[in-house]
Design a protein around this ligand. Structure first.
Ligand SMILES: [Zn+2]
Ligand SMILES: [Zn+2]
Length: 362
């Protein structure tokens, strides 16, 4: 039995932010929970959606869902990791519904409450400021802090020699792009693919398309420097407007979340081609769709959450690609000290940096 500990956390008090640092009290890990010392945490676009109240997170709260760290203490019943293990954190899932049983935890029946609401099961630990409970357990982790309480189900053990700051984003942004290509779409050698958006998800899809051996790999983005980076990662052609994309493509992945692009994307699909919707789409957004253009060409449109993968199975595959030099994350990642979280978030929002990663240790 371990005691409560004092930790440093970046707290959002109310929708819109900003992040501010405070010392808070972390309960001991409850049943099934794992306490990590956080080494690094990536900044993901969804953190900004949550910060701005676009998802119903409980304020005040601690965000951060691409944590990486060292296991420090275990709650009752945890057997698959041990103190001292290096781990990457991913999203939370129940582990018991039909989707979880099918190794598709992104479609877990409890995905929404477990990742966005920070709901805690009875006996699980959380965060406190004096007697006030702070929203935690976001994505089953809340890793913009020096420590996090995650769950046995969303920690993935990795080799101790790996650079955790580089690998932290595997648990959300990177697996979303790479998983969509390699697992959900199962792109094959010689096929063609277009990726809309050259953020972390889109560029991960580009790297994965090269791993898959796709022949044509097109990338669309407004920023010339991102297209240039995309070429160095495997894009064989680039475009700064939909009209400049030369279809047809066997696969198109949308990572932009811009509905205006989607109707055009359907028309760029080859016969039996698939459009994968892999971005965040605010409620109520629609796009015009001509059913005949889908039916008569045998096209498909599918949604993808977190790449449609099981992190416990897929993250080790991504680590192997990283070791082999096929997933050069150094080209996407820029490290910031934890104290510069506002600068890191701003760099992501402005498009200047693809994947900011916060380093908790000074
Ligand atoms: Zn994310
Ligand atoms: Zn489930």
């Amino acid at each position: 039995m371990t005691d409560a500990i004092a930790i440093q956390a970046a707290i959002i008090e109310q929708p819109g932010g900003p992040f501010h640092f405070a010392q808070v009290r972390m309960d001991p890990p409850g049943p099934g929970q794992v306490r990590m010392r956080i080494v690094a945490c990536g900044v993901c676009h969804t953190d900004m959606v949550m910060r701005d109240g676009g998802l119903p997170v409980p304020f005040p709260c601690v965000l951060g869902h691409e944590g990486a760290g060292i296991v420090e203490a275990l709650g009752q019943g945890v057997a698959s990791v041990a103190p001292g293990d290096a781990v990457l954190l991913s999203f939370a899932s129940c582990g018991a519904c039909p989707a979880c049983d099918d190794h598709q935890p992104g479609y877990c029946a409890e995905f929404f409450p477990r990742n966005f609401l920070g709901g805690q099961s009875p006996g699980e630990g959380g965060l406190w400021r004096a007697d006030e409970q702070i929203g935690s357990n976001i994505f089953g982790q809340s890793s913009f802090a020096t420590y996090a309480l995650a769950h046995e189900g969303n920690v993935v053990k990795v080799d101790a020699d790996l650079p955790l700051a580089m690998l932290a984003p595997l648990g959300c942004g990177i697996q979303t792009g790479a998983g969509t290509v390699l697992k959900t779409l199962q792109v094959q050698a010689g096929q063609s693919i277009a990726v809309l958006g050259a953020g972390a998800v889109g560029l991960s899809a580009i790297m994965a398309a090269r791993i898959a051996g796709a022949s044509r790999i097109a990338l669309l983005d407004r920023h010339a420097h991102r297209l240039e980076l995309g070429r160095s990662l495997g894009a064989t052609e680039t475009a700064c407007a939909m009209d400049a994309l030369a279809g047809p493509f066997d696969y198109i992945i949308d990572t932009t979340g811009a509905p205006a692009l989607l109707a055009q994307a359907v028309d760029l699909l080859a016969a039996r081609g698939t459009l994968a919707l892999a971005a965040a789409y605010p409620d109520g957004q629609t796009f015009p769709l001509e059913p005949a253009s889908v039916m008569s060409r045998g096209r498909r449109i599918i949604g993808v959450v977190e790449g449609g993968i099981d992190p416990k199975r897929f993250i080790p595959e991504l680590v192997a690609y990283y070791r082999a030099g096929q997933l050069p994350l150094e080209k996407l990642v820029q490290i910031y000290p934890f104290g510069e979280i506002e600068q890191a978030v701003h760099a992501s929002e402005s498009g200047a940096v693809i994947k900011p990663v916060l380093l908790m240790e000074s």
